[in-house]
Design a protein around this ligand. Sequence first.
Ligand code: TYD
Ligand code: MG
Length: 451
Amino acid sequence: MAKSKTIYICQNCGTQSPKWVGRCTACNEWNTFVEEIVSTQPKSTQLRVSVAKPVLFSEISASEAMRIDLKNDELNRVLGGGLVQGSIVLVGGEPGIGKSTLMLQISLLLENNILYISGEESLQQIKLRAERISTKQNKNTLVLNETSLESIIQHIKEIKPEIVIIDSIQTVQTEMIESSPGSVSQVRECTSQIMKLAKESNTSIFIVGHINKDGNLAGPKVMEHMVDTVLQFEGDNNYNYRILRTLKNRFGSTSELGIFEMQNNGLREVSNPSELMLSDNNSSVSGTAVAATIEGLRPLLIEIQALVSHSAYGNPQRSATGYDLRRLSMLLAVLEKIGGLKLSIKDVFLNVVGGIKINDPAIDLAVVCSIVSSTLNLPIDRQTCVAGEVGLTGEIRPVNKIEQRIIEAEKLGFTRIFVSSQNKKSLNLKKVNINVVFVSKITEILQLLFK
Ligand code: TYD
Ligand code: MG
C-alpha cells in the first residue's frame, strides 16, 4: 500500500507548500492553495539504470525529424510543417471553442492508425458529431471512452497507434495520486507519464487541455514545459472564426497562426484570411483604426473606435475603455498642438473593441488615427493598419517585434501597415508582401490617410 501525505499546491502555478498559505510566493495569486493528497511510491520502484552516455556534438546525427502530414494546411503550419513523430502537442482553449471538433476532424480525415480517447463524451455523442462533420470516416480510427491513465497507457501499448488524441487531460486520472481529476498534481503526473510513453514508443500524442477563467491553460506551468508544442485555440463568440496559435514549439517557429471558420459541418480551413476581415467589415466607417499589437508574446490585430462629438454641456467628457485615460488626454493634447485640431471643446470616447485591456504602447498611433478619422468624419480604408508609439512632440516612435506585427497583419489580410521610420533599419522586408509605409511624424501619417 502506497504511503500518502498531504501537501498544499497552488492551483495557478503548481507551487508546493507543506502548509496552507494565503498568497502564493511564486505567482502572487491569493487563495489558490488547495490541499491535495499525494501518495508517495517507494523510490525503489522508480529507480532505473540510466543507459544514456555523453556524446560529442560531432557524433550526433542531425536528421530532420519525421513529420506526419495532417492533411490540414492550417494545422500543419502551426506545428511547423506537420506533426513530428513522437512529439506531444497540447491543444488549449476555452470550452466550446472547437478543440474536440478539430481533433475529431483529423481522426476522420487521415488514413493513419489513430486512437481517439475521450473522457468527456460518450461513444454515441462522438459518432453523432462525426456524422455531422464528414461522410468519410477513417477505417483505422479507434475510439475509446476512458479516463484511467493506467488503462489508457495499456491500450496504447497494445494497439500501438501512430497518433493518440487525449480529450481532455483534465478528465484523465492516475491511481498513483488520490486527488481529483483536473487538479494540478493529477494533470502534472498524467502529462509526465504520457510524455514518457510518447518518447519510448515514438507515438505522437495530442493532449486537449481546458483553459481556466484567466485565459491560462489549467495547470499551465506544469504542462507547458513538459510538452513539445503548445497550441492555443482562440475566438470570439460573436464571430465564427477561430485562431490557432503556437505558443511554444520545439520543432518550429512560434509566430505561426492558423485560421479556421466554424461551420455546421465542422471547422473549415481559411487559407485567405482577408475574406473574413472583408466580409465582416464591408463598409468603412469613420472613427475606427486597426492596431497591430503584441500581447505577451502573441501578435494581435485590434480595432480601436473613437467618437468625437460636440460637447453639449461645455465641460467636455473623456472616456476610455481598455485604454489609459491619461494617455488619451496626452494624445489629445498632442493632436491639438501639433495636429491643429480643436479637441478641447469636444467630447471624446475611446473603445478598444472586444473589451481587451491593452498595455502595448504601439496602439497609440491607432488611437490618434481613429480620433482624427472621427473628427474629420473620414474613414480609414479597412485594409490599413498601424503600429507605433506617439511621443509628446508628435513623433512616431519605434516599437518592438515589428516583424511579427507585420507578418500578422499580412496574414490577416491587411495590405498596408504604417510603422515608425526608426523601425526601418531593424527590418528585413524581403519576406513580406504587405506594403510597409514608414512615417516619422503624426502630421505625415494624417496627410497620407486623410488627404
Ligand atoms: P467542441 O469541439 O465541442 O469544443 P471544445 O471541445 O473546445 O469544448 O465545439 C463545440 C461547439 O462547436 C459547439 O458550440 C457547437 C459548435 N459546432 C459547430 O458549430 N459545428 C460543428 O460541426 C460542430 C461539430 C460543432
Ligand atoms: Mg471538447
